[in-house]
Design a protein around this ligand. Structure first.
Ligand code: ADP
Ligand code: MG
Length: 260
């Protein structure tokens, strides 16, 4: 693991409301340089809304976001040159071929030597075979891989991943994780990583933040959280049990024991 030092991302008391509903209710956390932070919580916890705030795609109602030591709002275009984002869905350029769609992003990101860079990122996610295919002919999982390629085009210092591998085959996830760890080791990139696959998070995350109902309810390393919430002597992280404990408990108390 690379040296972990100063914060790359600082989030303080972040609030986002939709009408009367508070989706993000005072969330605070930070990501240090070279750190991979697992960002976990049940459906509707406020993870994607937080990420949208970090991208400046939605305007928070309160709180502070600093990226690379600077306020996001006011320095957004400069900051975003070194940030990228990936979810499970790639919607761009339905009718374009994969390399054409990625070229559009290269133009947006002002990538030097775009053709070489496109080849490099396609190589990383073993997606070169789809280079000349129209995006619309790819499966959901294949498009998700292209989306990961897109997210690396500008060699970001901060990468925000919102369930990026949700639709990929397990062996592809396996190799994708290995690639992300390799990139992290080689480049010292910092990553916010959201997933419902606890195995994925155990593989990549240095630290984990659990959110529910828009609030941070637990923070720590995967092993420390397992020891705290699994309530068993263990030397192996078991975030699945932690997740169930943290996201079920209060729903059962509220008499709402639906599948989360
Ligand atoms: N644009 C929106 N308008 C109204 N409510 C929204 C909007 N986006 C998200 N929400 C609500 O905010 C809550 C958090 O959503 P989200 O951040 O997508 O959760 P997560 O990513 O953790 O599953 C949910 O209850 C969701 O319905
Ligand atoms: Mg989400």
């Amino acid at each position: 693991m690379s040296k972990i030092s100063k914060p790359i991302l600082e989030v303080k008391n972040l609030v986002k409301k939709f009408g009367d509903f508070t989706a993000v209710d005072g969330i605070s956390f930070e990501i240090k340089e070279g750190e991979i932070l697992g960002f976990l919580g049940p459906n509707g916890a406020g993870k994607s809304t937080t990420i949208n705030c970090l991208l400046g795609a939605v305007k928070p109602d309160g709180g502070e976001i600093k990226v690379f030591g600077k306020e996001l709002f006011g320095n957004r275009s400069e900051i975003m040159k070194q940030v990228n984002y990936c979810s499970a869905e790639f919607n761009t350029g339905w009718h374009l071929r994969v390399n054409e769609a990625l070229l559009v992003y290269c133009k947006l990101y002002e990538v030097k030597n775009p053709k070489a860079r496109i080849d490099e990122v396609l190589e990383i996610f073993e997606a070169k075979k789809w280079k000349n295919k129209p995006v619309r002919e790819l499966s959901f999982g294949q498009r998700a891989r292209i989306n990961m390629c897109k997210a690396l085009l500008n060699k970001p210092r901060l990468l925000l991943l919102d369930e990026p591998m949700a639709s990929m085959d397990p062996d592809v996830v396996d190799r994708g994780i290995a690639q992300i760890k390799k990139i992290q080791r080689e480049t010292g990139i910092s990553i916010l990583y959201t997933s419902h696959n606890m195995w994925e998070i155990e593989q990549v995350a240095d630290e984990v933040v659990f959110v529910n109902h828009g609030k941070v309810i637990a923070k720590g390393s995967p092993l420390a959280l397992t020891q705290q919430y699994f309530k068993k002597e263990t030397k192996e992280p078991n975030l699945r049990e932690v997740f169930i404990e943290l996201s079920r408990g209060e729903d059962i108390l509220e008499g709402n024991n639906e599948l989360i």
